[in-house]
Write a protein that binds this ligand. Sequence first.
Ligand SMILES: [Zn+2]
Length: 402
Amino acid sequence: MTAMRTGRGKVDGRLMQRANRALVLDLVRDQPTLSRAAIARQTRLSPAAVSGIVDHLVREGWVREEGAVVTGTVGRRPLRLAFVPEARLALGIDLDVREISAALVDLGGRPRTVHRVAVPSGADPTVVLALAADLARQAMSEAPAERLLGVGMAVPGMVRWPDGVNLFSPNFGWRDVPIRAKMEELLGVPVLVDNEVRALAQAEHQYGAARQARTVVFVDAGSGVGGAVILDGQLYRGMHGAAGEVGHNTAEPHGPRCGCGNRGCLEVFASLIGLEMRVRDALTAGRVSSLTGRQGALTPKDLACAAAAGDELARELLDHAAEYLGLAVANAVANWDPELVVLSGPVIREGGLFDSVLAASRPAVLEVARARVRVTSAEIAENVKIIGAASLVITEHLAASL
Ligand SMILES: [Zn+2]
């Protein structure tokens, strides 16, 4: 009994020490001009305890002391503490159907050099993950191993947490791929794997449009349509990694077949891949459009330009996409009761759909929520999934490394 109590006491003591270090580090990160005395006041830790923690954080490179100034009248002004974002790094990998990209990201969410490689279409998981591992090694060689917290990956489709098994990825055509286990075997470092829109949500929650927000719904329309939910400040993943998957909400029960096997999912009407198919179907059915001959490599901008130039098919498809995305926003508001909805992805951004999605959502949003829920655009313009993948690692592993 005594031994157990002693054992538990040691563990509790270490956890408490880490928790206090994390508390102090968070304060220094959020308020860049704090002194040791100010931290003691805010945390109610004793000045001696704060000094011990700050000494440790300075020694380990997390925090720098700045601004030692001696003045004649008020004596020695207290040192300010500054957070050092480069103290640790996490590697973020964005595994997209067409391209893999990877970069080291610092604790402030800033990526270093972004490395990229194209994915051969139809390649099997072994080939794709070997490419990702090669890219990861290139990026990781840019920093000393002891500063690396770990590797995070953003992957399309249903990803189970925390074992990182890709249960189903309609766009890759994968089922039950143990991505985390395979990448850890290839790289020999801890790897975390999550759905790509959850990675985006994590990045926006830490560094972008959803900072400070507690309950947020994300809707992203790109190659596919995805979603994510933050509940009480934490990503909510569900039992199988599919919570918030708005892309497979049914929009039309008898609509065209979706990559997931069901019919008429939102993704069929509002993803880039879906829009390309709708253009192809319309042209095959004899519709006249300026998009003839371009349906293989359409961008949302092409559609927006064609619509602006009076192309009826492009206008119709974009209006349809906006209407269904708007309904998905309204449904998500009814389901999750968020304070904020963040819209992202090239179909919304480059397709110029933000205002029309908002307008389509409003009549369908519960009246009580209409004036209270804010809808906004994502803020991080570039490499958001790399930053998000790295930020998963930072969120999960930072406290343990303090
Ligand atoms: Zn579907």
